[in-house]
Ligand binder design. Structure first.
Ligand SMILES: NC(=O)c1ccc[n+]([C@@H]2O[C@H](COP(=O)([O-])OP(=O)(O)OC[C@H]3O[C@@H](n4cnc5c(N)ncnc54)[C@H](O)[C@@H]3O)[C@@H](O)[C@H]2O)c1
Length: 343
């Protein structure tokens, strides 16, 4: 049964409508007769293109390397060629890369046109499509250029996940574990209980986990859209994770998994988190087929990459640690403290 959840950011008139457990068939109704242009990645077009409404479509290459200003410029030019005006709706259909690129173009072209997302990866359904951050990479640095503008809508159709390779399912589970670990103990328990079904592609299991993760993210974003307060908890695993992604070219979800393991270990080392809770986190990451660790021989590159994280203000920077499963805390961490936090 579709569920509609409204993300209402304090002080902002615009509401982002999140349609969970919905069907791609309801996309034309959301367009409400407007001119629409689709932005779709090549894999999604190949796998699901025939199910998309017959609207003009701009294709982007699949993969993180596409998340650049060059891609955004190409899209913006193509949209201008399509005769876009401020009433045109742009809909990104794809994973987190497609959502980020579409959101960046949508929120900047003509100083902002309406845009919506149809997330097609578990990672994008639980996380990337929600919350209005639209970032692209610059010079190898993650999400260095971006906007915070909410999509008009997000339409999550879990049937689209049927074609997702198992490894990408794992990446989505990583972001769901992240959200649960910092803000929702019941969701964490749900992921533990339904993990095997999630990994087998069970749609109902995915629907429940997506809904739990989205509800928690919506709660944190509604309080703190600009990432100065509780939203920062969602960076759990990301300080080291982004560095691992940059240095080793690891996928986002897998890098976050290794980053969460390190953050869990640091939480235990600091005496914040009971060791048994740290082990529970690692056990779930491992059961999801995600990496706990990363190669040991590139610490100087990793610490340099941590230093280039855009959230950095000094050599000590805000990190996210755990006090319990479901209870994250933003706390100062010295860059060097991340060293040797590998299993
Ligand atoms: N804006 C945010 O708040 C936010 C939050 C989390 C992550 N992100 C970003 O999201 C990105 C990661 O997202 P992702 O993992 O979805 O990456 P992605 O968009 O690269 O998708 C992963 C792969 O899955 C393929 N794919 C997509 N849908 C498919 C389907 N239904 N069936 C088969 N294959 C499919 C894609 O073509 C791609 O090859 C990163 O760039 C990350 O920084 C953004």
């Amino acid at each position: 049964m579709p569920t509609q959840l409204d993300l209402v950011v304090a002080g902002r008139p615009q509401t982002s409508c999140i349609h969970l457990d919905a069907s791609l068939a309801s996309l034309p109704a959301l367009a409400a007769g407007r001119q629409v242009v689709l932005v779709v990645d090549a894999n999604v077009r190949r796998l699901h293109g025939t199910r998309l409404p017959d609207w003009p479509l701009l294709e982007i290459e699949a993969g993180e390397a596409t998340k650049t200003l060059a891609t955004c410029e190409r899209l913006a030019r193509a949209l201008v060629d399509q005769g876009v005006d401020r009433s045109t709706l742009i809909v990104g259909v794809g994973g987190g890369v497609t959502c980020d690129v579409t959101g960046f173009v949508g929120s900047t072209l003509l100083r902002g046109v309406p845009f919506g997302f149809v997330p097609t990866t578990l990672l994008a359904q639980v996380d990337a499509a929600i919350g209005g951050k639209n970032g692209v990479n610059l010079g190898g640095l993650k999400n260095l250029v971006g906007t915070v503008t909410q999509p008009e809508f997000v339409l999550s159709d879990h049937a689209l996940l049927a074609t997702l390779p198992p490894r990408e399912v794992g990446c989505g589970i990583a972001e769901a574990i992240k959200t649960a670990a910092v803000g929702d103990a019941a969701l964490f328990a749900l992921i533990e209980a339904s993990l095997d079904r999630l990994l087998q592609g069970d749609e109902q299991a995915a629907a429940r986990v997506v809904e739990g993760a989205v509800r928690t993210k919506v709660r944190l974003v509604a309080e703190d859209e600009r990432d100065h307060g509780p939203r920062r908890l969602l960076n759990f695993g990301h300080t080291l994770g982004h560095a691992i992604e940059k240095v080793f070219g690891t996928s986002h979800g897998e890098a976050v998994a290794a980053g969460m393991t390190a953050a869990g270990r640091l939480s235990v080392r600091r005496g914040l988190l009971p060791a048994a809770e740290g082990e529970r986190l690692e056990r779930l990451i491992e059961r999801a087929g995600l990496p706990l660790s990363y190669p040991s021989d590139r610490w100087p590159d990793l610490v340099a990459a941590i230093g280039h994280d855009k959230k950095r203000v000094r050599r000590r920077q805000a990190g996210v640690l755990l006090r319990a499963i479901g209870d994250g805390v933003v706390i100062e961490v010295d860059d060097e403290e991340w060293r040797d936090m590998r299993p």
